[in-house]
Design a protein around this ligand. Structure first.
Ligand SMILES: [Zn+2]
Ligand SMILES: [Zn+2]
Length: 261
């Protein structure tokens, strides 16, 4: 996930001021490049009101401060699709509807992702992922980097909910992040729900385990960390460090409940 606080601040300013007056947007120049300025009012006129209103969706679905970046897909592609693809526009419009139902958001998000990944005729992301994987394996000379595949249906569901959450916040509508792809971690910080499926079939996960010493799982040497997996009960010493971190919180909560009784 990439975060670009500067760009996002400017984007929020754009939303605030683009409804009145003139505003210029000037992204920071890339290394060795030159900076350019965009006349937002003129841009809005050229794109038309319908497409302009869907820009927040494009920004959020392809990655902003609170949503994950889709590997290998630039924001220009989403704007092109807004202009040329009605199905993409219809999906994007759901994210601006403050009364949208969760099932509709998830379905619209999946449709938009299928179009972004160039699989508009495939029925769902898991099927598309399998198709692309087979295609890449048959032509690749080295291994297929997993980040080049589409997100799974289960991961896309939470991504879409967070995209909806962010778009509604930009539009000034009240939202409950805990219904929209976020969970409360350690009772104080919001953390994204990445998926509701295990990272791999359980038979495969059993093979990956670490042998770190106590408290060693924070280091880069941890096999689980290297594979971006949570430690599990199969790990030699930590026996699932995340579980160990959660236990004191559970115990405290139980004690509080006990005091109430
Ligand atoms: Zn470890
Ligand atoms: Zn481990």
């Amino acid at each position: 996930m990439h975060t670009k606080p500067q760009a996002s601040l400017k984007f929020e300013e754009y939303l605030k001021h683009s409804r009145s007056g003139r505003l210029y947007f000037s992204p920071e120049a890339k290394f060795g490049g030159t900076s350019s300025a965009w006349d937002i009012s003129e841009m809005k006129q050229k794109l038309g009101t319908d497409v302009s209103n869907l820009i927040p969706f494009c920004h959020a679905v392809l990655g902003c401060d609170t949503t994950s970046h889709l590997y290998g897909i630039g924001k220009g592609k989403a704007v092109q699709l807004l202009l040329s693809n009605k199905s993409f526009r219809d999906s994007a419009a759901i994210f601006g509807d403050k009364l949208a139902l969760l099932d509709d958001i998830v379905a619209a998000g999946e449709r938009a992702l299928l179009i972004l990944y160039g699989c508009p005729d495939v029925s769902n992301l898991d099927t598309a992922r399998k198709l692309i994987f087979h295609r890449k394996v048959s032509t690749a000379t080295t291994f297929v980097p997993p980040q080049e595949l589409q997100p799974t249906q289960a991961a896309a569901k939470y991504h879409s909910l967070r995209v909806y959450c962010q778009v509604q916040i930009w539009l000034g509508n009240p939202v409950d992040p805990l219904r929209l792809g976020w969970k409360l971690q350690d009772n104080e910080v919001f953390a994204p729900i990445k998926t509701d499926l295990p990272a791999a079939p359980s038979q495969l996960l059993k093979i990956i385990k670490c042998s770190c010493r106590i408290d060693g799982c924070d280091s880069e040497k941890c096999t689980c960390k290297k594979n971006r997996l949570e430690c599990t009960i199969a790990c030699r010493t930590c026996k699932g460090s995340s579980l160990i971190k959660v236990l004191p919180i559970l115990r405290r909560r139980l004690e509080e409940e006990y005091v109430k009784l």
